[in-house]
Design a protein around this ligand. Structure first.
Ligand code: SF4
Length: 295
């Protein structure tokens, strides 16, 4: 049972710290999907939401009104929707804060970069296709295996449903991407697992982001109770050669399929080269928005 009380907030858009997003918009505080590996919790200031992650979600009741006011004054740019919550979690069915926010942003000349695990985004296809040049949609899928997904992402739609939604959106001409993360040692770090997810989405994406597990104190607590071999996972994640090997093997899979692969963490690769930071590709470059025009 999730409770969704209303709160009033002082602002709608935040300046984004990510290089390819100008702003971020989070319509809700907390996330019903309750993923055990979620490190967004570390950025939430409401202690009770953090403690009850997945079962308490705050609805920003004055968000759209504030956003309309802010969007009239601010220079248009790319808005990441969302960065620390899922914009299409169940509460959005009735509240429609995400839909109303996208309407305001597109009307005021902003572009939107949406990331979700929810098929509810399909409800807004009419809106997204009305300005498809200013929209991109990414789905997070970390495994093709429904039971692993149920364990780690208890409140989110299963991978096959997400993949189908991604294919549908891609077929409308809206730019789509896949977020394969977190990569967890022994769980989804093999080329077979990665290929399995790419096959599940029917190779409909041109771009895949790959991100490794980030073990924050709260992630440690939730994952260690779910995964028996957590201590081994924890030590492998600290091994940068493990990550280099993963990125190299995923890059080979992508090269064979003609998919662009971007991995997180600016770390040196074994044998030379560097892994790029994934944040530099979501948003502006995907939408071909000129940096210079966005200030
Ligand atoms: S969907 Fe995203 S924001 Fe929501 S719990 Fe999962 S990882 Fe966190």
């Amino acid at each position: 049972m999730t409770s969704c009380p209303r709160v009033r907030v002082g602002s709608a858009l935040s300046r984004s710290g990510l290089p390819d997003l100008d702003y971020s918009l989070n319509p809700y505080v907390g996330c019903r999907h309750g993923c055990l590996y979620c490190y967004a919790r570390e950025y939430v200031r409401y202690g009770e939401v953090v403690d009850r992650w997945g079962s308490l979600v705050l609805v920003k009741e004055n968000l759209v009104e504030l956003l309309d006011r802010e969007a009239r004054k601010l220079k248009p740019g790319v808005v990441g929707i969302s960065t620390i919550t899922d914009p299409y979690q169940p509460v959005e069915v009735g509240e429609k804060l995400t839909r109303k926010s996208i309407e305001v942003l597109l009307k005021r000349g902003f572009a939107v970069s949406i990331q979700t695990k929810s098929t509810l985004v399909l409800r807004d296809l009419d809106l997204l296709t009305s300005r498809r040049e200013a929209v991109d949609v990414g789905f997070t899928i970390i495994t093709a295996d429904p039971s692993t997904s149920s364990l780690l992402e208890p409140g989110a739609p299963r991978p096959a449903q997400r993949a189908e939604a991604l294919r549908t959106i891609s077929s409308t001409g809206v730019k789509t991407w896949l977020f394969y993360g977190p990569v967890i040692p022994g769980l989804n770090d093999s080329a077979e697992s990665f290929r399995g997810v790419l096959e599940l989405v029917g190779n409909c994406v041109e771009l895949v982001f790959v991100d490794k597990l980030r073990i924050t104190p709260r992630v440690r607590i939730s994952l260690s109770s779910a995964l028996e071999n957590f201590e081994k996972i924890s030590s492998t994640v600290r091994d940068r050669y493990w990550w280099s090997r993963v990125v190299n093997s995923f890059s080979e899979v992508c090269a064979k399929l003609g998919v662009r692969c971007v991995a997180s963490i600016a770390e040196p690769l074994a044998g030379g080269g560097r892994v790029l930071n994934l944040s530099s590709f979501r948003g502006k470059r995907l939408l071909n928005v000129e940096r210079s025009s966005q200030g």
